[in-house]
Write a protein that binds this ligand. Structure first.
Ligand SMILES: [Zn+2]
Length: 127
């Protein structure tokens, strides 16, 4: 990968990192509101659960973004962590923090090899 592309992905990842860190800081305290109305309680519990799930997904994403930035720093960015082939630019455009090439990602999603599965389970939940 040439330097221009690398810098482009780095800028995207850094912006994402800043955004996610700020978002996570703002929501560190998930409000536990009390209400006398039972119906409201149910709704609040639902909202709380949703907030926790979002928080979960965002902290996973942040971890992946940080991992990608670390790989840029050490010079292994854009290389699949599983088969060590280059990850297609099209995939990196869509998912700049991708750890695997599309083929390995699909295999990981099918649990054909041990990957950091938090991300893929989360992606499934989000889909
Ligand atoms: Zn691969």
């Amino acid at each position: 990968m040439n330097k221009t592309d690398l810098n482009k992905y780095k800028a995207v990842l850094e912006a994402r990192q800043t955004e996610l860190s700020a978002g996570l800081r703002n929501r560190e305290d998930i409000a536990i509101e009390k209400t006398p109305d039972a119906l409201d309680e149910v709704q609040l519990a639902g909202e709380r659960e949703l907030a926790i799930r979002n928080l979960d997904r965002e902290s996973n994403l942040l971890r992946n973004v940080k991992g990608a930035l670390a790989r840029i720093a050490e010079g292994s960015y854009g290389i699949c962590l599983h088969c060590e082939e280059e990850i297609k630019p099209k995939r990196l455009e869509a998912v700049p923090w991708a750890k695997f090439c599309i083929r390995c990602q699909e295999a990981a999603d099918r649990h054909e090899f041990e990957s950091d599965s938090a991300e893929t389970i989360d992606e499934l939940l989000a889909a």
